[in-house]
Each structure stands twice: as C-alpha cells, then as structure tokens.
Design a protein around this ligand. Structure first.
Ligand code: PEP
Length: 259
C-alpha cells in the first residue's frame, strides 16, 4: 500500500452474471455501506447488460459500478459495441480497458487501448488500464520493457489520479493459482510508479496501481501489503460475495492497522 492513497478493490465479473446475481450485489452494497466507512473504494464491473440496474441497486451505497470495455468512438456503425458515453449514461463511473482477454481475444493493441482511455476521459469515466506480460515474456526477463512500452503507448498525455488507474495483471496469473513472487511484484510496482512519476509528475505519485491475477481471500493481505500496490483487480473471486468481501476486509484491516 501507499500512505495517503485510498485503496481500491475492483471486481470484474467478466461474462458472468444475470439478474439473479443482483441479489448478491444488493448484499454487497449493504455490507459496504455498513462496514467500510469510506476507508476502501469498492467497484463492481458486471456485464454491460446489468450496468444500469446494478447502479440503481447500489444507489445510496458507496459501492461504485464500472464497465469492462468500451469503444473509442461516441456513436456510429459499430454493431455490438458500447461507447463510453453509453456507459456514463448508465451512471457508471469506471471502465476497464486493455484487459488481457481483450488484448488476446480481440487483438487490441496499445494504440487501441489509448483510444479507449481517451474515450473514457471524454465521457467522464475513470479508466482502469490493464497492463501485464505473457509467461514467455516473464521467462525471458522482458517484464520491464513490456510494462514500460504498455504504459507509454496505452496511456495518453495528461493522465491524473482522477481519471486513471493502472492494473498490473501478469497474463499468466489471471484465472490461475499462480502469482509472481512478492519480491518481483514489489519491483514491478516500483517500476510502474517511477514511469508514472516521470510521465505525469505529482499526478504519477497519486495514480493508484492495482495488482490483478488470482487474488483470493487467502493471499489478499500479503499482496495488498506490498509497497505501491494500491488495491486489487479481482476476477474469479469477485463472483462469490463472501470471498470478495473478505478481500475488501483484508484491505480495510491493513488501512486501519498501518495508516
Ligand atoms: C482478471 O480477470 O482481471 C483477474 C484478475 O482474474 P482472476 O482474479 O480470476 O485471476
């Protein structure tokens, strides 16, 4: 964690969840309202079909809502796509961009991601920009180079802590049981912080850097204790309300004990 930066826990439901899941969202919103007293920011990113209703259910609670992707244009002939403006119209506040599943399955490049980040900013959404290396790149010790390029090319000039969050997610850790060593995570998050400060000055000190990839209740405390890990992007474990809450609670305990 980093003193003075409020941690952020984001749940990414991916292509999971239907209206039945909304009861769980209501429970989550209620528990966040009563147990978290603004010490941790919590966001859930359900599928686009549930965005507006998720926002309605969480109204009055500090639980925030985000989307999982957007198109870079505001309107147009892009069948099946959703613009950042449409997401803002659902009253969501965040949007994940550049997730490894988008980069892999939809061949999204850093420059596509940069266009989506600009779209988020245009629509008043905070972008959660995912970066991370493949296993082959990790084994070839190319992490620093890949991360540097992704941050340089995926994030446009002028990013601030209000409109940008970074999620470092090694591709090979997502949906697996593997996570990088704590030592290497500390080094990578320090590198990301350095790059952000070099590019964005004081804003770079305040942009939150999340870790994502197999975060579970059992490993949340050790991961969230690492310097410059300012929260987590949680996939699989966010589908179980009890697990997701346990991760948020670990984060809250760290805030209470250390700062
Ligand atoms: C993710 O998809 O962003 C993710 C981190 O997934 P998981 O937590 O399941 O590894």
């Amino acid at each position: 964690m980093t003193p003075d930066l409020k941690p952020l826990i984001v749940g990414n439901w991916k292509m999971n969840g239907d209206r039945d899941q909304l009861d769980q969202l209501a429970i989550l919103a209620h528990r966040i309202s009563h147990e978290f007293q603004q010490s941790v920011d919590v966001v859930v990113c359900p599928p686009a079909t549930l965005l507006y209703v998720a926002k309605t259910i969480s109204e009055g609670s500090p639980l925030m809502v985000g989307a999982q992707d957007c198109h870079n244009e505001a309107t147009g002939a892009h069948t099946g796509d959703i613009s950042a403006e449409m997401i803002a119209d659902c009253l969501a506040e965040f949007c994940i961009v550049g997730h490894s599943e988008r980069r892999n399955n939809h061949r999204e490049t850093n420059s596509h991601v940069a266009g989506k980040v600009k779209a988020c900013w245009r629509a008043g959404l905070a972008s959660i920009v995912c970066i991370g290396e493949t296993k082959a790149q990790y084994d070839a010790c190319e992490v620093d180079m890949i991360i540097t390029k992704q941050i340089t090319d995926s994030i446009p000039e002028g990013a601030t802590e209000k409109d940008t969050i970074i999620a470092y997610e090694p591709f090979w850790a997502i949906g697996s049981t593997k996570i990088p060593s704590l030592k290497s995570l500390k080094e990578i998050h320090a590198l990301i912080r350095d790059i952000l400060v070099r590019r964005f000055g004081d804003h770079g000190l305040r942009i939150r850097i999340l870790y994502g990839g197999s975060v579970r209740p059992e490993n949340a405390t050790e991961l969230l204790s690492i310097q410059n890990v300012n929260g987590a992007l949680v996939g699989g474990a966010s589908l179980q309300t009890a697990d997701f809450l346990a991760i948020c609670q670990s984060c809250q305990s760290l805030v209470r004990n250390h700062y």
